[in-house]
Design a protein around this ligand. Structure first.
Ligand code: SF4
Length: 442
């Protein structure tokens, strides 16, 4: 049996693609190999939407190429966003790679790889037609059995001026509701406790399908036709959050009181230049509305600082907003001037050291706000999804409340009681840190 080793870079959406690649290769008789030195095939699923991700991908390709040097019979295959973005130049620059495949090849990767071993040979760069995954495609979870990323759409119809995603991933394609329900049921049968809904823009779900297909309709079906205890919504576009969705969340505790809404900025002027369709006032109104429906909601957002033309007053606006609105979790990134993006040509580019200083300024304020917010949990009993032994020490268990999303937020260290991974238990919180909580099982 031939074996493959796969490294997956980038976001959760890319990880789902990797899970399809593993599913397809495994179904076609390949075996996953932990040790790259011992694998017949080395595969890298890349991210490439900003320069740091491109650099990370190239470094990883060179690492794998070094391994291949000692094992000349090995094949090296690179797939994903980097290939889609740089399809015309990669093959000439990275001659160590045997095959490049774009983002749309994950469901039939075995067939593509097979051609490397055939006498006729193959095109070394393959950019397959656009596709959208469905529940019939074999998928091997790389996350623990009790949680999974659930990809509703591919591509994006928004045109934020800094973003390369639409040109890499194409226009919006949504999966049909029936197909998503089927996949959720299958995941539930495997013991799933937490389903995290993801997309480039979750609120755009269904815009390309018939007029009755929206996120709320899908959620209604998931609530009715599964008993998955935690359903989590990630990556919502601010203007797509409507009363129908908030009412549904308020009435159904199985949709956890947590929303990840990337704002990118607060200043109307900068938002306009970013081609995002809302203003400072809209953001204040949105948060007030969300809290009027779900007072206990935890909110996560991300900001992009250092956009061309941004000045210190715009950053002050972010800081005032954070002080006023007390968001639970905030990520801050510096703007990267991406080749081929609309904003690449904008005047008044901000020097790198100023971008970094602005990011640090916002993060410093938020770290105080986050640690103050965390204190409200002390003394409370919260449901916690147990993830297993703590990564810090075998003496503690680790888990997450509904207010903490996997991978990006803090965790709960459990110092009393026993439970198994995937259990949802009640924990009395005794201590809070900037991002993490500590408590014992009740
Ligand atoms: S919504 Fe997100 S993925 Fe779509 S264009 Fe804007 S930043 Fe890019």
């Amino acid at each position: 049996m031939r074996s493959f080793h796969l490294v997956s870079l980038g976001c959760a959406k890319n990880l789902v693609d990797s899970e399809l690649i593993i599913g397809n290769l495994t179904q076609e008789g390949w075996q996953f190999q932990e040790d790259p030195e011992a694998a017949d095939l080395l595969m890298l699923n890349t991210c490439g939407f900003i320069q740091p991700a491109v650099e990370e991908a190239i470094e990883e390709i060179l690492e794998l190429a070094k391994i291949k040097e000692n094992h000349p019979e090995q094949k090296l295959v690179v797939v994903g966003c980097l290939v889609q973005r740089y399809k015309d130049s990669l093959a000439a620059e990275l001659t160590e790679v045997d095959l490049f495949v774009g983002t749309e090849g994950c469901h039939d990767m075995a067939r593509r790889v097979e051609s490397l071993y055939s006498a006729e040979g193959t095109d070394s760069v393959q950019i397959p037609e656009r596709f959208i995954m469905d529940s019939t495609m074999p998928r091997v979870l790389t996350t623990p059995f009790y949680r999974a990323w659930f990809k509703l759409t591919e591509g994006c119809d928004n045109r934020c001026s800094y973003c390369m995603i639409p040109s890499i991933r194409g226009d919006l394609r949504s999966r049909p509701v029936d197909d998503l329900v089927l996949e959720a049921q299958r995941l539930e049968a495997g013991g799933l406790r937490e389903l995290s809904l993801i997309a480039q823009d979750l609120t755009a779900y269904g815009d390309d399908l018939d007029a009755n297909t929206h996120l709320s309709e899908l959620l209604g079906r998931l609530l009715e036709e599964t008993e998955i205890p935690w359903i989590r919504l990630l990556y919502l576009y601010p203007t797509g959050i409507d009363d129908r969705l908030l009412k549904l969340m308020a009435a159904n505790s199985r949709i956890v009181p947590y929303l990840d809404i990337p704002f990118q900025h607060v200043s109307t002027r900068v938002l306009h230049a970013m081609n995002r369709r809302y203003s400072t006032e809209d953001l204040y109104a949105l948060i007030r509305k969300i809290r009027s429906y779900i007072p206990e909601v935890a909110l996560r957002t991300t900001f992009l600082v250092g956009f061309p033309g941004e000045d210190e007053r715009d950053v002050d606006q972010i800081i005032t907003f954070l002080e006023d609105m007390q968001l639970d979790h905030v990520g801050v990134f510096t703007y990267a001037n991406e080749e081929g993006s609309v904003s690449e040509k904008y005047a008044d580019q901000v020097p790198e050291e100023i971008k970094i200083a602005r990011r640090d300024r916002v993060l410093e304020v938020q770290s105080r706000i986050s640690s103050e917010i965390q204190q409200k949990y002390v003394g409370r009993e919260e449901l916690v999804l147990v993830e297993g032994l703590s990564k810090e020490t075998d003496l503690l268990l680790e888990g997450r409340t509904q207010y903490q999303a996997p991978d990006v937020d803090g965790c709960v260290y459990i110092n009393e009681g026993t439970a198994s991974p995937g259990d949802i238990v009640k924990v009395r919180i005794s201590e809070s840190q900037v991002y993490d909580l500590v408590g014992g099982i009740v």
